[in-house]
Design a protein around this ligand. Sequence first.
Ligand code: GCU
Length: 352
Amino acid sequence: MKRKLWALLMAVVTVGSFTACGSSTSAPATVAKTEAAAPEAAKPENVKTQTWRMAFNQTEAHPQYRVMQEFSDSFKERTGGKYEIKLFPNETLGNQRETLEQVQAGTIEMSIVNNTHPGSVSDYFKTFDIPFVFNDIDHAIKFMLESPVMEEVKKDTEQYGFNIATYLPAGVRSMYTVKAPIKSAADMKSLKIRTMESDTYVKMMTYLGGNATPMAMGELYTAIQSGVVDGAENNEITYVNSKHYEVAPYWSETKHLIVPDWLIINHDTFESLTDEEKAIFNEEAAIAVEKVAKLWDEDVEKLMATLADKKVTITTGVDTESFRQAVLPLHEELTNANEKIKKVYDAVQAVK
Ligand code: GCU
């Protein structure tokens, strides 16, 4: 997939609170380490290295993990070794909901969480849980990086003890099932499908004629294997890397959801940085978006090719329009229910 991500990145990506450190949110931020970049911070002789912990719920092979490793290395190097970010993959620090709580409490510094988690405290984020709210992944990326409303959205979480460091792409989600392929929304009838933990996904499944079973990622493989659910929905990378294809061998390209992930950081931790360090952090976060988007496309292609010699049935040409029609009432229901959701929804529609 070709996208003009570089051009988009030239135009944005700043954490809401970066305004507090004096960097202008309207001025274009280059992601390259050019002369315009903030000067590197030198680590004073007597300052001890601070080790931050970053939680991640999937494997070390995931593009977000690989990019965060590089983020950590660059941030350490550019702050003269003052900060070291240690990554904990595979839910070793807890599931995403638990790690959000830990970030809020300051018991860990950072995590990557899916959208439902900021959405549990800030209504603005709920817009991104709406199925088919974005036309495609390019629309989502363009909105995230260009829309002026995103500053307000990101800023909203600070009162809850955490900052949005950056949006991270997380692909396009499709259905996968144990027994039979899904060719249109009619095939969803009575299926028990694992979803992420938000009311919107529960409603989405109801509109599709199935039943949602919300749960954390780490429990899913066993839940499918033991028949607790008939399937799940996710992006290709999680489907392959987390080996869900072993227990749910029907992958059907329903492409019903494009949901962002968020790199989050404890508010006080972020505020403890000097202006110079915030600028470095900001720059590295912007670089990470670009890297994840690029690796994502490469990985999807490579990983799906590995399924060729596995007993997996891939169904393309799904009647996605039947899915869109079935869940359309949700658009109205949610935008009527809440002004913040409506504000972001309208902004999404305005970016084409
Ligand atoms: C995606 C997303 C994760 C999320 C997962 C899930 O893989 O990138 O952040 O946890 O879906 O379905 O729980």
